[in-house]
Design a protein around this ligand. Structure first.
Ligand code: MG
Length: 386
């Protein structure tokens, strides 16, 4: 089998979102999505939705599309689409292709392979489980501590097995106004954690992710010690990830597991280095930082060192990596981002079903269809091309 072409379609879509500057829902917010398609001489193809801004929900920008239709296409047309490892190696080592762009191709190649084999991607990799636990991952800047507490309790009552707080970034919850020069609001963050713990009870699993907004060790320690008192499960990406030595110190000082790096460049290679340096207690990757291939490699590295590798963000590729990884290594699927008035279960208009509908017991069943499992509404896409 040979790759004959790559196509990218851009189209208008909509989904509920969150206005982080004003702390209110944005119902049916419009955005531009892209679907990247790899075609072959045997009629089998693979698709991938998104990849821009490193998420499933964001289309590729014009300049990202140019890279795919230029350098990437000239590299891989004529190649065997089953040679994913070879292509992955070219992107990382030889061609210096941006991580998210190489990831779009890797995700689409896995979809293609699954379509050719008639198997879901996770079964093709080697299935470890058919269902995964979901946690509710909040939007940032949701309001006062009591707003978070009510939302966490609502998620718990809906069956979610855990809840993660994204607190207040570049925002003051008292004035509900952006604070461009001040990334964190530690007093409000701590009050939010306390209010949420009070609301959900002592045993419910809680996580906390201030997204690198704590600028000093003292800030990170102050909040980390409070999280320990409140029996939180993990402390994610507390400080900028450009300074791993601070993470080594933080891991030594705290008993709560530090989950990082989240967004540092370098995919599996950076994660392996952080583990060896003692800069993380749990590692983190997603399928936009090296594709499904890179995310699965990261899970294997983590398993070898007895660390968890918790998948970052939601989406089809991440779900399949979890399906191919035992719960002992990758435990929780990040469902979100969620907030009051934001419905993540309405299917996107370009797909007939979502990948991650949470069932009453808090689990998500892996997609059963071949490849990534997309059921694509091509009529909607053709009617909304841009
Ligand atoms: Mg995070």
């Amino acid at each position: 089998m040979k790759i004959t072409d790559i196509r990218i379609r851009s189209f208008r879509t909509y989904a509920d979102s969150w206005d982080r500057d004003h702390g209110v829902p944005l119902p049916k917010a419009e955005s531009i999505q892209t679907v990247t398609t790899i075609e072959t001489d045997e009629g089998v193809s693979g698709h991938y939705f998104g990849g821009g801004m490193r998420g499933d929900l964001y289309g590729l920008s014009a300049s990202e599309q140019e890279v795919i239709l230029g350098r990437v296409k000239s590299l891989i047309v004529g190649q065997d689409p089953m040679d994913r490892e070879l292509i992955w190696k070219w992107f990382w080592v030889a061609a210096n292709i941006p991580e998210n762009i190489g990831s779009v191709i890797d995700n689409a190649l896995w979809d293609l392979a699954g379509n050719a084999a008639g198997l879901p991607v996770y079964k093709l990799m080697g299935g470890a489980r058919d269902r995964v636990k979901a946690y509710a991952s909040s939007h940032k800047n949701m309001g006062q501590p009591e707003d978070y507490a009510a939302h966490a309790l609502d998620c718990k009552n809906k069956g979610y097995l855990a809840y993660k707080i994204h607190p207040h970034y570049f925002w003051n919850p008292d004035t509900r106004q952006p604070t461009p020069g001040r990334p964190s609001n530690i007093r409000a963050d701590i009050e939010t954690c306390r209010a949420v713990r009070d609301a959900v009870g002592p045993d419910y699993v809680l996580m906390f992710d201030p997204w690198g907004t704590y600028m000093t060790m003292e800030e990170a320690l102050l909040v980390g010690r409070e999280l320990e008192r409140l029996n939180f499960y993990w402390y994610e990406h507390p400080m900028p990830e450009t300074r791993p030595e601070m993470y080594v110190r933080l891991c030594r000082e705290l008993t709560i597991p530090i989950l990082s790096p989240e967004i540092a460049a370098g995919g599996v290679f950076t994660r392996a280095d952080w583990i060896l340096r003692g800069a993380s207690d749990m590692t983190r990757i997603d399928t936009h930082r090296g594709g499904i291939t890179g995310a699965r490699k990261t899970c294997i590295v983590a398993e070898a060192y007895g660390q968890r590798c918790e998948l970052h963000m939601s989406g089809w590729g991440n779900l399949h990596v979890m399906g191919a990884t035992h719960e002992d290594t990758s435990e929780y699927y990040e469902k979100g981002l969620l907030a009051p008035g934001v419905d993540n279960d309405i299917p996107h208009p370009y797909l007939k079903v979502n990948c991650d509908v949470v069932e009453p017991d808090g689990y998500i069943t892996l997609p059963k269809g071949p490849g990534l499992g997309y059921q694509i509404n091509w009529d909607y896409i053709e009617d909304n091309l841009v």
